[in-house]
Design a binder for this molecule. Structure first.
Ligand SMILES: Nc1ncnc2c1ncn2[C@@H]1O[C@H](COP(=O)(O)OP(=O)(O)OP(=O)(O)O)[C@@H](O)[C@H]1O
Length: 236
């Protein structure tokens, strides 16, 4: 699948009776790298979950490529090109690395797992290990690799660096950069590590209390904006 454009128009969504996202609108071009920033609890995870159909949507539209997604169930959104790596690295703990990857193939031939090993050579070394035997960084690699084997046109990454050592973060960001450089995926990255997010992204979107507070080129996201929207000291 080629990289797909994403358009969100006046999205209102939340959980049960609670509205979290209010009137959020933005567009991400096909192949663009967007980082979604904001302090804790501002709605970043809720936004990615809403794109996947995992929240209660009240109103608004979500278009991915040519397809209107807002009334489709999660499984259809995945088939329509959305790949999701949720916060907390959802790997199958009692399956091996290779078995986890096979689950991600969605009907592609078995040899396609080589794509995952090319991107994350560490996973090849660990192919016979069980999910629960992996480090946090390796679990993140596995969760990401499993998602990309389904060849999504849009990849949603929710705080992939959370809790990882700096050297592992660097390794992951390098792999995400290589993925983006292939040009066959639009990437939406939620990340608290602002420096990594800014180095990766073409554009930045900031959420504040469920509303879009800033959206523009990463190069224009000055330190004063980082302080204002993400917190003093986030760049260190
Ligand atoms: N399942 C849920 N049911 C009810 N409220 C929820 C649920 N998940 C999150 N919330 C609330 O929605 C708001 C936004 O949370 P969300 O996780 O989207 O923020 P976030 O910006 O991703 O923050 P973080 O960086 O802490 O993950 C918070 O007030 C949170 O308490």
């Amino acid at each position: 699948m080629p990289a797909l454009e994403v358009e969100v128009d006046r999205l209102v969504a939340g959980y049960g009776p609670t509205v979290i996202l209010e009137d959020v609108s933005f567009r991400v071009a096909a192949g663009e790298r967007l980082a979604i920033l904001g302090r804790n609890g501002m709605g970043k995870t809720t936004l990615l979950a809403s794109l996947m159909g995992l929240t209660r949507q009240r109103s608004g539209r979500i278009r991915v490529g040519q397809d209107a997604m807002e009334s489709l169930p999660t499984s259809r959104r995945a088939l329509g090109g959305l790949g999701y790596v949720p916060q907390g690295r959802d790997v199958f703990r009692s399956l091996t690395v290779e078995e986890n990857l096979l689950v991600g193939l969605k009907g592609r031939e078995r040899g396609a797992v080589e794509e995952a090993y090319a991107l994350f050579p560490r996973l090849r070394e660990r192919r016979r290990n069980l999910g629960h035997q992996l480090s946090g960084g390796e679990q993140q690699m596995l969760a990401t690799a499993r998602a990309i084997l389904g060849r999504p046109g849009v990849l949603l990454l929710d705080e992939p660096l959370e809790g990882l050592a700096p050297i592992v973060c660097e390794e992951l960001m390098t792999a995400f950069g290589a993925l983006a450089a292939r040009g066959d995926m639009t990437i939406l990255l939620v990340e608290q590590r602002v420096e990594s997010a800014l180095a990766f992204a073409d554009t930045i979107l900031v959420l504040e209390r469920g509303r879009l507070a800033w959206h523009g080129r990463a190069a224009a996201f000055e330190p004063s904006l980082v302080e204002r929207y993400v917190g003093v000291g986030s760049l260190h």
